[in-house]
Write a protein that binds this ligand. Structure first.
Ligand SMILES: Nc1ncnc2c1ncn2[C@@H]1O[C@H](COP(=O)(O)OP(=O)(O)OP(=O)(O)O)[C@@H](O)[C@H]1O
Ligand SMILES: [Mg+2]
Length: 318
C-alpha cells in the first residue's frame, strides 16, 4: 500500500488534516485525516451517524472556516472556504444527501441556476443554456422535458438532475453524499459508469455511503469512519489483502492425521479429502507440512468482505 500520509505529497489533490467538528453534545469529527489523489474514486464509508455528511460539509464550505479545526489543502493550497460558493469557484462541487433543487423551477433552470450562460458577457443566453441543459441530461441518460417543474418529480429523477447540474460546473472534485439512495439498480449502475468515465478523464470523486456492497463493486480507495474517527484507510484491494482472515481450506488427495493438523490449525474440520481451520501462526508453515504428506489440489485463504472488515475494525476500536 502506498504511503499517503504526507501533507505535501504531490499526487494528492486533497488533504484534510486533523479535522475536528463538534455540535452541542456531539463530537462529530475527531481529528480526521483524509488523503485523496487526483483522478481517484475515494469512498468515505461508515454507519449512520459516523460523521460522513459532516466531513463533506466541512470540505464544501457548508460548515465554513472557523466552524471546525484542522486544515484543508486543495491543489497544494490551504483553503478557507466561507461558503459553498468559495468551494465551487475552486472546482469542488457537492451533491448533498438532502437534495437542494428548487421545486418551483424547471429542469433546465435548476441545472444552471447561479451560473447561467451569458451572451456578450451580460445578457442571458437562454438558447445556449437550454442546449447545454439537454447535453448534461443526455450524459445522465434522463429523457425528460427541460421545461418540467422539478418539484413533482420522483427522488431518482431529482438525483439525476443534481448529477447533471454538478457536471455542468467546471468540476475538479465531485462529492456525492449517499448518492445511491433513491436510485433504482439501473440508475445505480449508470451512476457508477458516469463516475468511472469522469475519473478516467482526470476528475476526482468522493463518495460517501453506508452501502458497503456498492464499494466492493467500484474498486477504489476507502476511508472507513466510525464515530467521527478514521479507523482504516487505503486502496480497497490492499486493505482486503492485509485483512485476509486466517481461515483456510485445503483439498487434497491422500490421508492426514488430524492430531498433526492440530499442531498448525484450530477449529479443524477434516473430511475425506478436505481440511479447513484457522491457522495458529502463518499458513505457509502449514502448507509446507501438508504438501509433504499429501497431494494438495487446492488451497484457499478466505478474503473478507468490506462489511466483515468494518465490523472487525469497529470491534477492535472499542
Ligand atoms: N446539524 C447538526 N446538529 C447537531 N448534531 C448533528 C448535526 N449534524 C450531524 N449531527 C450529529 O453528528 C454526528 C455525525 O452525523 P453525520 O450526519 O455527519 O453522519 P453520517 O455519517 O452522514 O450519517 P448518515 O449515514 O445517517 O447520513 C451524528 O451523531 C449526528 O447526530
Ligand atoms: Mg450522511
Amino acid at each position: 500500500m502506498k504511503a499517503r500520509g504526507d501533507f505535501l505529497d504531490q499526487d494528492n489533490i486533497l488533504v484534510m488534516k486533523s479535522i475536528t467538528k463538534s455540535f452541542p453534545g456531539v463530537l462529530a469529527l475527531d481529528s480526521v485525516d483524509i488523503y485523496v489523489e487526483k483522478g481517484e474514486i475515494h469512498f468515505i464509508v461508515g454507519e449512520n451517524g459516523a460523521g460522513k455528511s459532516t466531513l463533506m460539509k466541512v470540505l464544501s464550505g457548508i460548515y465554513p472556516y472557523g466552524d471546525y479545526s484542522g486544515d484543508i489543502l486543495f491543489q497544494d493550497q490551504i483553503k478557507h472556504f466561507h461558503g459553498i460558493k468559495d468551494s465551487v469557484s475552486c472546482g469542488i462541487v457537492i451533491i448533498n444527501q438532502e437534495l437542494a433543487l428548487f421545486p418551483d423551477l424547471s429542469v433546465y433552470e435548476n441545472i444552471f441556476v447561479g451560473h447561467e450562460k451569458l451572451s456578450r458577457g451580460f445578457l442571458m443566453d437562454w438558447d445556449e443554456t437550454k442546449k447545454l441543459a439537454k447535453k448534461f441530461l443526455d450524459i445522465v441518460k434522463l429523457d425528460i422535458d427541460i421545461y418540467e417543474l422539478v418539484g413533482p418529480l420522483g427522488v431518482g429523477k431529482q438525483q439525476l438532475i443534481e448529477i447533471a447540474k454538478a457536471l455542468s460546473h467546471n468540476v475538479k472534485l465531485l462529492i456525492l453524499d449517499e448518492p445511491f439512495t433513491g436510485l433504482d439498480p439501473i440508475n445505480q449502475l449508470l451512476l457508477k459508469e458516469i463516475i468511472q468515465e469522469k475519473a478516467q478523464a482526470g476528475k476526482t470523486i468522493i463518495f460517501s455511503t453506508h452501502q458497503m456492497e456498492q464499494v466492493e463493486r467500484l474498486c477504489s480507495n476507502i476511508s472507513l469512519i466510525n464515530k467521527g474517527k478514521i479507523i482504516l484507510e487505503g486502496e480497497l484491494r490492499a486493505v482486503k489483502d492485509s485483512k485476509k482472515t486466517k481461515a483456510i481450506e485445503v483439498v487434497f488427495d491422500g490421508k492426514v492425521d488430524i492430531e498433526k493438523v492440530e499442531n498448525y490449525l484450530e477449529n479443524v474440520i477434516v473430511k475425506e479429502n478436505f481440511v479447513s481451520g484457522i491457522v495458529k501462526k502463518d499458513h505457509r508453515s502449514f502448507l509446507n507440512w501438508i504438501n509433504k504428506i499429501v497431494d494438495v489440489e487446492s488451497f484457499q485463504v478466505k478474503i473478507p468482505t468490506l462489511e466483515q472488515i468494518f465490523i472487525d475494525e469497529v470491534r477492535e476500536s472499542r
